[in-house]
Design a binder for this molecule. Structure first.
Ligand code: PLP
Length: 408
């Protein structure tokens, strides 16, 4: 980890997020993060001063067109997609994965196989199952029912020369484990399949690098990465080329991303996305927005996060009545999303103890319904999930533990 600029301390970081001055402890960040003042202000200013339609030759409209274009460019750089592919923005990641699967319905043929990870969030599971209507055969990349792990061997068992798509989550939003995405992609490409990676639970914690991983499709949600409620989907140029996007017939097939943005994007959200570059520059201590800025910013985030996951994982592991759901260690191969269950008490009853003290944590299946079922957990009660990001304080974890200890 090499940080080239001067990294800000935690107080300076937290001062960027107006919501963090409240008493609530925000430990539900895997559900959604807070936004910086810069993001909120940019969206407000856009709505207040420049809320006109794109594509006309008058000054304000040209300004708005540039903002929307800039948002796409910024996200593409954020994912390291420059020169390799394009980025589609949309309402949410769920919406974008569903849109993508619907596009694949036109090219999937009877007998084609689609590998779907059982550990995935339903956003990148359900849409692919719908392709059974086109005659596709679903092959499940199963989890180990004890650990929840998805192994490469497990993947290789279900790949074949008929596999067209491998859909999986880069990080499970429940387990917190980082999958070796480069290895998954290599295995999928070896049989000629495309990978569709759900990066939603990865993106708030580490720098995305779609080119290093050689992925075909990669999605994440900006609202979990300190930005507005928008989903982003990167696709390689050659992957886009084989699909017809859903936008109107008179929009040319090759007009990417617009062909894939039916009804357009939320323009004010684009202003928020563009403002996020200031925060990444602030974290990295650099005065330009480039790849180095993104990777440095995430190095700073990871450094702040590590002690949080270490403390939480250690607390759960040492507790005689709690069972950690996910990797039983802290470290670089997991994010600070920590889930657990109690040997006798429901996840709901444990979670509520913290919620009553204004601590935002959550219980349930977190939309990884199939993963919970495979691990023998009753999905509606699921797990207790504590999810931190870099702006959380070690003292917040201590407070959570102090509140939960007597209850568990
Ligand atoms: C791993 C993962 N994938 C997909 C999603 C869905 O994202 P969105 O809310 O943008 O549809 C979530 C949301 O929690 C998630 O955690």
């Amino acid at each position: 980890m090499t940080i080239t600029g001067t990294a800000p301390d935690l107080d300076a970081i937290r001062a960027q997020f107006p919501a963090l001055t409240q008493d609530t402890l925000f430990l539900e960040n895997a559900g959604g993060s807070q936004v910086t003042a810069g993001v909120a202000d940019a969206m407000h200013a856009y709505l207040r001063d420049t809320y006109v339609q794109l594509g006309a030759p008058y000054a304000l409209s040209r300004h708005c067109t540039r903002i929307v274009q800039q948002a796409h460019d910024d996200v593409r750089l954020f994912m390291n997609g420059d020169g390799a592919g394009e980025v589609v923005l949309g309402h949410s990641s769920s919406w974008l994965f569903r849109m993508l699967a619907d596009c694949y319905a036109d090219v999937i043929e009877p007998g084609d196989e689609i590998v779907v990870a059982e550990a995935g969030h339903e956003a990148n599971v359900g849409p692919w199952l719908r392709l059974e209507r086109q005659g596709a055969k679903i092959r499940w990349w199963r989890v180990d029912p004890e650990t929840g792990a998805s192994t490469l061997d497990g993947l290789r068992e279900v790949l074949s020369e008929r596999t067209k798509i491998v859909a999986f989550a880069h990080v499970s939003n429940l387990l917190g484990e980082i999958i070796d995405i480069g290895a998954v992609t290599q295995a999928a490409h070896a049989v000629g399949a495309r990978v569709v990676a759900d990066g939603v639970a990865y993106a708030p914690h580490r720098a995305i690098d779609v080119q290093a991983w050689e992925v075909d499709w990669y999605g994440y949600s900006a609202y979990k990465v300190y930005g507005p409620h928008v989903g982003a989907l990167y696709g390689r140029h050659d992957a886009f080329a084989e699909l017809e996007g859903p936008n109107h017939f008179f929009v040319p097939k090759g007009e990417v991303p617009y062909k894939f943005e039916l009804g357009g994007v939320a323009h004010e959200a684009c202003a928020g996305i563009v403002a996020l570059r200031d925060y990444l520059q602030f974290l990295s201590g650099r005065d330009v927005y480039d790849r180095q800025t993104v990777t440095d910013a995430f190095d700073v985030m990871e450094a702040h996060e590590r002690p949080l996951q270490e403390r939480l994982v250690a607390w759960v592991l040492e507790h005689p009545r709690l069972r950690l759901i996910g990797p039983e260690h802290a470290g670089a191969d997991r994010v600070a999303t920590v889930s657990f269950v109690h040997e006798t008490k429901s996840s709901q009853s444990v979670s509520i103890v913290a919620n009553r003290q204004d601590i935002g944590i959550r219980f349930g299946h977190m939309y990884a319904h199939r993963l919970c079922a495979a691990m023998g957990l009753e999905p509606d009660d699921g797990v207790v999930r504590v999810s931190c990001v870099h702006y959380n304080r070690p003292a917040e974890i201590e407070r959570l533990i102090e509140v939960l200890d007597p209850a568990v």
